[in-house]
Design a protein around this ligand. Structure first.
Ligand SMILES: [Fe+2]
Ligand SMILES: [Fe+2]
Length: 312
């Protein structure tokens, strides 16, 4: 397994932007089927899997904010390579948002209150985040991208977590998203640093992303099992699942957030940079295994790949 094969590199070497490969935009077509949705996708847990279902809904709103914010600020970026990378970020997030919205439509057919969650997320974004001044939205964009980078790195190191289910499309969706979040993890941060660089502002955006991803979404998720089956409250099986789910998400040793809190909080360091957490070897591994023309797990769903032009 990759986690064992690689030495979890934490390189401090940052490659100059001119040496970075252009990031492609991969257009995907999953054609999800409501019948194959596994609502215990993540290690056979209901509540932890529901967290990712709720996250999938909130993510589309976060991605739309990233797209709008990146598109607005791209005009102020001087470096043509960074500008090209911003276009890749916008393209990748646009395909994520579209694919997750299609996926969320499937969840609607699978005992998940998608309309309620969409309504809730819409209120938070329309009356909250989208009302913020542009520099604050820029910071929030960088904060959101930090969390997706942390999650992507976690899952890259825990490949097995994707394989306890038979739901191949859900697995492909999350693994594709993982790959690309890691691929573009430094772009929003670099734009923020180039156009603002204010430490207090960066931390304010981080705090908002933190509150949403680790406060609001878990809170919203906690009602799901009761929505599905009200008698869950008195079911020992539910409480057993709840305990396991909390461990999967917040366990100190190998929970998604519990084991990565150091990485999450590393963002508070004044000289933090996303590439301090070097995932390049994992990226190479996953590009090879997921996108191999014959055996790649994503290959059946890949429609085409485009690379934005470099404009001087
Ligand atoms: Fe995304
Ligand atoms: Fe992203």
């Amino acid at each position: 397994m990759i986690a064992a094969a690689l030495q979890t590199p934490l390189s401090l070497v940052r490659s100059p932007k001119t040496e970075q490969e252009p990031i492609p935009v991969r257009h995907m077509k999953f054609e999800f089927d409501a019948k194959s949705v596994d609502d215990k996708f993540l290690l056979n847990t209901e509540l932890a899997s529901a967290y990712f279902e709720a996250l999938s809904i909130f993510l589309t709103f976060g991605e739309d904010l990233v797209i709008d914010t990146a598109r607005y600020h791209r005009q102020f970026v001087d470096d043509p390579v960074l500008k090209q990378r911003v276009t890749s970020l916008i393209g990748q997030e646009a395909v994520h948002s579209k694919a997750h919205n299609e996926w969320n439509d499937m969840l609607q057919l699978n005992r998940f209150p998608v309309s309620i969650y969409r309504f809730l997320a819409q209120q938070v974004f329309d009356y909250g985040f989208k009302q913020l001044p542009n520099p604050m939205q820029l910071s929030l964009m960088a904060g959101i991208e930090h969390f997706t980078a942390v999650m992507a790195e976690f899952f890259m190191k825990h490949e097995d977590m994707f394989f306890s289910t038979d739901d191949e499309k859900q697995r492909a969706l999350w693994m594709w998203h993982m790959l690309e979040e890691s691929e573009h993890k430094d772009i929003a941060y670099d734009v923020f640093q180039e156009l603002s660089g204010s430490y207090p502002l960066r931390i304010a955006g981080f705090a908002m992303a933190f509150g949403t991803i680790l406060g609001l979404i878990p809170l919203a998720t906690s009602v799901i099992p009761f929505y599905r089956r009200p008698r869950n409250l008195i079911s020992p099986a539910f409480w057993k699942d709840a305990k396991r789910s909390v461990g999967v998400l917040f366990g100190k040793k190998d929970g998604v957030y519990g084991s990565t809190i150091g990485h999450v909080l590393d963002y508070l360091r004044r000289d933090f940079h996303p590439n301090d957490h070097d995932t390049s070897e994992y990226l190479e591994y996953y590009k090879e295994t997921l996108l191999h023309p014959e055996t790649g797990l994503l290959t059946p769903y890949l429609v085409k790949e485009t690379v934005p032009p470099l404009r001087k």
